[in-house]
Design a protein around this ligand. Structure first.
Ligand code: PLP
Length: 635
């Protein structure tokens, strides 16, 4: 665990048990060790049909832990409750979850359910998000906020007004000044009294990647002048009482509480000014930005790390708002945050498998012995070989590498000339690899082929260089013997992971072959903290579909768990349909071709399949095998 810095980024949810497997503590408690769930067992149950109750789902697999979501929500609420109490703040915190971070139905429904006791609401940024938020919040607390952000056309605004008619606590947050006219016109037409918020464009700027939309020149929000014009217009329409919420968003992954307090302080001044100008202000919405410490360093010096936890974040917000409001004699507003990343990141783990490595292990490299090599060597190569062995005996490893390389070059030349055979070339490769493995195991970096698409499953790695902790989920009781980078199965050269947390350019890994630790040589890896944004962004690159998904809950009895839902990843047909192909037609075309090519074999039998060569597959067998391919997952 220490090798992968798991204590830093994983506590209190992830740990390693005495069998060397990653365990999950869904309730985030260090003390309730009997509640730990062995992640390898979950993966086996989900994917291995031979495992008792095994579901046979294909990897990659997303394992969701709803209890982790619950714990994150409760910890966020507790942090604010504590800050409110300890600072003598006079109202409360009630957060909203920004649906865009992960729109999965069960994630949103769980958040509404778990957050209902403390009025937790939702934030939507588009019409479909608003529709899903409306329907989910029907089961939530009646006081839960439904914050409508994003660019809005008249349909969006009508829908938000409709939500208000349905007694959902809806606030339309103006992101552009022009939206006000639409709101006023439609509210009048629909006879709804709207609750309006404004998004302020702050001067405070977050310098990291995720802050590119903040600051005076940021893309979103209203300037001071625009806010003043909105106030005037509302006043003229006798609707200034409708303006009740101030929103701002400094950017995601705010690195320090100093920057947070700076932004919150500036926004609190605007809030107090709006009160002074006669608005009926109630809610102070600090937006997103509550960060995750992906590398566990708590340094706050990059997009990967934040220098605070939930408690420090909540305290900074409460103190900064209280300070300004007290000085201006303004009633403390209800505090709201739109925390997405911090709520959903931990609850889901992406599991994938290393299916091969580009360098095989020492000793198992070739069926051709060294004798082959020695017999066929030219005089030059022979002398390289002798020098290599004596350097090895003397322990001069750099010289060993040099002679091995020289020998290999010579033999490649000989092969090109046609003077040595493939077996000899393979034996030279094997020898060189043996030298490299034996002497420089720690230095040789292998390429592990993993069964996923980086573009689909970890889009932020490819798009913005975001790093996530990646760890083998078993065999952690054995020291990893090699280092590797991960290459996905797409035919795209960008489909590889060669940067890891801690500034590493490779990952400590175990040998795959034969050493699967009782798992039939299978080697499973997990990508952690990817529950926010990654699933929402992933496309269908190379027509790789999304992963299979299971939800896992802890149940009574030590270390026991239940898979409460299982959804297989999309089939080849499903992903083809996304690109407007018609799998049924495609199948018919191919079946027709099969009947044309081998019409005499309509009555096929199993012998055809096993006969190999000979008569080949009958067309019925071909059609059935094609049908299976359409039905299977794309890899
Ligand atoms: N609210 C708004 C307006 C956002 O743009 C975002 C994301 O950038 C969020 C909330 C969620 O932010 P985070 O995931 O940092 O909590």
């Amino acid at each position: 665990a220490a090798l992968y810095k798991m204590d830093g980024w994983g506590a209190p949810y992830f740990s390693v048990n005495c069998s060397g497997n990653v365990t999950v503590r869904p309730h985030g408690s260090h003390t309730l060790v009997h509640q730990e769930i062995d992640l390898l067992k979950v993966v086996k149950k989900a994917s291995d049909p031979k495992f008792s109750g095994g579901l046979g789902l294909q990897l990659p697999l997303i394992v969701r832990f709803p209890d982790v979501l619950k714990n994150r929500l409760e910890c966020l609420q507790t942090a604010f409750d504590f800050a409110v109490q300890s600072q003598g703040y006079e109202t409360h915190y009630q957060g909203v979850y920004p649906v865009k971070c992960n729109q999965d139905r069960y994630v949103v429904e769980d958040i509404v359910k778990f957050g209902s006791p403390f009025r937790f609401g939702l934030e939507a940024g588009s019409k479909p998000e608003l529709l899903l938020a409306m329907s989910c919040l029907c089961k939530g607390s009646p006081e839960a906020l439904l914050v409508c952000n994003g660019f809005k056309d008249s349909e969006y605004i009508s829908l938000a007004l409709l939500a208000r008619k349905l007694a959902l606590n809806t606030v339309i947050v103006l992101e552009q000044e022009e939206e006000l006219d639409l709101v006023l016109g439609l509210a009048n037409k629909m006879s709804v009294r709207p609750v309006i918020g404004v998004r302020a464009k702050l001067r405070t700027k977050h310098a990291g990647h995720f802050g590119s939309t903040s600051g005076e020149k940021g893309k979103f929000g209203l300037t001071t002048t625009q806010i003043l014009r909105v106030v005037k217009k509302l006043e003229q329409s006798s609707m200034l009482d409708c303006l009740q919420l101030l929103h701002f968003h400094i950017g995601s992954q705010i690195p320090t509480t100093a920057l947070l307090a700076d932004g919150v302080g500036e926004a609190a001044q605007i809030y107090c000014e709006l009160v002074r100008l006669g608005a009926n202000m109630q809610v102070f919405d600090v937006g997103g930005g509550l960060g995750i410490d992906y590398d566990g360093s708590r340094s706050g010096d990059s997009d990967l790390s934040v220098a605070y936890g939930l408690e420090e974040y909540a305290l900074a917000v409460v103190q900064a708002v209280k300070f300004v409001c007290d000085r201006k004699n303004v009633k403390h507003p209800v505090l709201c945050s739109e925390s997405g990343r911090a709520v959903v990141s931990h609850h889901s783990i992406l599991i994938f498998e290393a299916v091969s490595a580009s360098l095989s292990s020492a000793g198992a490299v070739t069926p051709f012995g060294l004798q082959y090599l020695v017999d066929g060597l030219s005089e030059d190569a022979h002398s390289d070989y002798r020098n290599l062995t004596s350097a090895a005996i003397r322990g001069e490893y750099d010289t060993c590498f040099l002679y091995a390389d020289q020998l290999k070059q010579r033999c490649v030349e000989k092969f090109k000339e046609g003077s040595i055979g493939m077996e000899q070339l393979a034996a030279v490769d094997a020898l060189c690899e043996f030298v490299s493995n034996a002497i420089g195991a720690a230095e040789s970096v292998r390429t592990y082929h993993v069964n996923l698409s980086v573009f689909t499953s970890i889009p932020d790695f490819w798009g913005i260089g975001q790093l996530f902790p990646i760890v083998p989920i078993h065999r952690l009781d054995q020291r990893p013997g090699v280092r590797g980078i991960l290459s996905d199965l797409t035919c795209d050269s960008d489909g590889k992971i060669d940067k890891f947390i801690g500034g590493e350019s490779s990952l400590p890994l175990h040998e795959i072959e034969g050493g699967g630790g009782g798992n039939g040589g299978r080697y499973y890896l997990g990508m952690f903290l990817g529950g926010a944004y990654e699933e929402a962004l992933g496309g269908v690159h190379n027509l790789f579909g999304g992963p299979s998904v299971v939800r896992v809950s802890q149940c009574d009895g030590p270390h026991s768990f239940a898979v409460t839902s299982a959804v297989p990843g999309p089939s080849c047909s499903d992903v083809l349909r996304v690109m407007q192909h018609e799998p049924e037609l495609m199948f018919e075309t191919l079946k027709h071709r099969a009947e044309e090519i081998c019409p005499q074999e309509v009555e096929s039998d199993d012998d055809n399949i096993s006969s190999g060569g000979g008569r080949g597959l009958g067309n019925a067998a071909l059609a059935s095998s094609l049908a299976q391919s359409f039905h299977n997952m794309p890899y």
